[in-house]
Design a protein around this ligand. Structure first.
Ligand SMILES: Cc1cc2nc3c(=O)[nH]c(=O)nc-3n(C[C@H](O)[C@H](O)[C@H](O)COP(=O)(O)OP(=O)(O)OC[C@H]3O[C@@H](n4cnc5c(N)ncnc54)[C@H](O)[C@@H]3O)c2cc1C
Length: 265
């Protein structure tokens, strides 16, 4: 079985701070990381490989050359092959153009039984790319997957819902988008990190994946971000003091002033 995992390098949004004076995002020094849901997707693929060592795992990303660091991290976790789709023509892509390029890359890799993606990337936050890639590859897709059992020619998955889960059986090849509840991603070992630096990373531009520049990147993006801004900061909190009874009374009175408490009856 061959599994391809779509992985994205993202800024660690836990580390992004807002400049209190200018009100803009402070990006300097913010580390780039493997998107957390994608780490769960890769771990799911690695667990299937643990059960069936004949399984081959490829990781694929579209991004700038520095995304190779993240791909090496994936190789050090246990992936067998890594592909980087990198070309100026791919820049400025919205989810529509991103998925066109990723689907072209997956077609070029070829003979893939399962495609995994994260549920969503923590920077763009749209959760659109996985389903759009599936549509372009004409594959069935199951989103929000929290458990995967693979058999020959099919997988049985649990799809997370707000109030429970669905069990879905789907034929392969198919695409699954994975949530963090699926597993706990493994750490890289020192030996595997050293080996990862010996492995080749295949880099493809638009020519290699047979995409015309007019069909990718900004040129093929139906949406464009018109303006971005930081949301207004929350007001300063207020600490109440006094005995427990006084604090409770002051709290109830403040909530009442704002009509936040519902009267019984
Ligand atoms: C400067 C800038 C301008 C932008 N302008 C626009 C715009 O005008 N309109 C718009 O819609 N978007 C815009 N974006 C967002 C951009 O389109 C998204 O970052 C990108 O399309 C992926 O969407 P997402 O991050 O929401 O991924 P999601 O759909 O949330 O990601 C789901 C999963 O898809 C896979 N995936 C996503 N991206 C990649 C990737 N590059 N490589 C491999 N796998 C991937 C991963 O498995 C990920 O977990 C802009 C981004 C930047 C930085």
């Amino acid at each position: 079985m061959k599994i391809l995992v779509c992985v994205k390098q993202v800024p660690d949004t836990n580390e992004v701070k807002i400049d209190p004076v200018k009100g803009t995002l402070i990006r300097e020094g913010v580390p780039s990381i493997l998107n957390p849901d994608d780490a769960n997707a890769l771990e799911a693929a690695l667990q299937l490989k643990d059960k069936d060592p004949d399984t081959k795992i490829a990781v694929l990303t579209m991004g700038p050359p520095q995304a190779t660091y993240m791909l090496r991290e994936c190789l050090a976790m246990g992936a067998d092959e890594a592909y980087l789709l990198s070309d100026r023509a791919f820049g400025g892509a919205d989810t529509c153009a991103t998925s066109t390029t990723i689907a072209a890359g997956i077609k070029k890799v070829g003979n893939v039984d399962l495609v995994f993606a994260g549920r969503q990337a923590i920077d763009g936050d749209t959760a659109q790319v996985g389903p759009q890639v599936a549509q372009r590859l004409n594959m069935p897709v199951v989103t929000y997957v929290k458990d995967i059992k693979a058999e020959t020619g099919k997988v049985t998955v649990q799809r997370q819902m707000e109030d429970g889960y669905e069990i879905i059986e789907v034929q392969t090849p198919c695409l699954l988008t994975c949530v963090k509840e699926l597993n706990e991603p493994r750490y890289m070992s020192v030996g595997a990190i050293v080996d990862a630096y010996q492995k080749e990373i295949t880099v493809w531009g638009h020519d290699q994946v047979e995409l015309d520049p007019k069909d990718c990147g900004l040129n093929a993006s139906p949406t464009q971000v018109f303006r971005s801004f930081t949301p207004p900061q929350k007001g300063k909190g207020e600490m109440l003091s006094g005995s427990v009874g006084e604090i409770a009374a002051a709290l109830v009175s403040k909530l009442n002033e704002k009509h936040l408490l519902k009267k019984e009856g």
